[in-house]
Write a protein that binds this ligand. Structure first.
Ligand code: SF4
Ligand code: SF4
Ligand code: SF4
Length: 261
């Protein structure tokens, strides 16, 4: 809590595209209200002002992909009373975790001119290194969920964040089902985005990570029965949440079966 009595908020960035931080800045209509309720004490993308910790609530965007970021995330944990993984990179490894299926030195060699200068590690979620109090799903995050979380922390209640399947949300909106035509990931993906992609006639690609209790093995069999190759299925599982434990186990089991068929 700052000297002005307002809770202090911090936003940290690891390896990411900054799209989730941009979503916060896009909250133009309510950003002044947020700034009235909390002190935005550390948010380098938004302000040159950087007050030292401790902070009441901290958001970490991005996956951990280098040793310096391991230290950064440990510092964030020490500085913040409540620590939130902001977006699928921080929550599940996100798109950066696609590199984990290749040897690290091979990735570095392909991307950088001087790989000998690079010291990267496999892309991991923040929770791999420190305790996380909440996650905000999505690539990028949904702004209404961000506001729900900030409000919940301010008044000391549990935030209402969806973890059931996206299909429920999609059917409530009376969208036509795209599964047969596209292999939509909705049945195993967590709701909360308003079924954005199916609502626009596009398949869900699973950017919010697995729904609670998702039957990933059963869903893989369903996709294969529809004609998708084993490699297609594994790629879908590893796209946004490849480092999330249940997705990682499911993808590894599929790859093992493929190798030993
Ligand atoms: S979750 Fe998506 S939008 Fe957010 S930082 Fe990662 S890549 Fe960017
Ligand atoms: S379109 Fe996708 S999210 Fe919607 S009901 Fe069908 S499978 Fe579920
Ligand atoms: S429909 Fe799927 S891919 Fe699209 S925003 Fe929602 S969770 Fe992400």
């Amino acid at each position: 809590m700052g000297t002005n009595g307002k809770p202090h908020l911090a936003v940290y960035k690891l390896s990411s595209c900054a799209g989730c931080q941009l979503q916060i800045l896009n909250l133009e209509d309510v950003l002044l209200d947020i700034a009235g309720a909390v002190e935005i004490a550390y948010f380098p993308m938004a302000s040159r002002r950087m007050d030292p910790g401790p902070y009441d609530i901290g958001f970490v965007e991005g996956a951990v992909t280098e040793p310096a970021e391991i230290e950064k995330v440990k510092t964030a944990r020490q500085q913040c009373r409540v620590l939130v993984a902001l977006g699928s990179c921080a929550a599940f490894g996100g798109l950066p975790s696609m590199k984990n299926r290749f040897p690290q030195h091979e990735v570095e060699r392909r991307v950088y001119q001087r790989p000998d200068w690079i010291h990267s590690v496999a892309a991991r979620p923040v929770s791999e290194y420190v305790k996380v109090d909440a996650i905000l799903r999505g690539c990028p995050i949904d702004t209404s969920e961000f506001l729900e979380l900030v409000k919940a922390v301010l008044i000391g209640i549990r935030p209402r964040l969806a973890s059931h399947s996206l299909c429920l949300e999609c059917r409530l909106q009376e969208n036509g089902c795209l599964f047969d035509r596209t292999g939509c990931m909705g049945p195993v993906t967590a709701a909360g985005c308003g079924a954005l992609c199916p609502g626009l006639g596009r398949a869900c690609e699973g950017c919010r990570g697995p729904a609670e209790g998702a039957n990933l093995a059963g869903f893989a069999r369903l996709l294969e029965a529809k004609g998708y190759s084993r490699r297609d299925v594994i790629d879908r599982f590893q796209k946004y949440a490849g480092a999330e434990p249940s997705m990682a186990v499911a993808a590894t089991a599929l790859a093992w079966e493929e190798a030993h068929a």
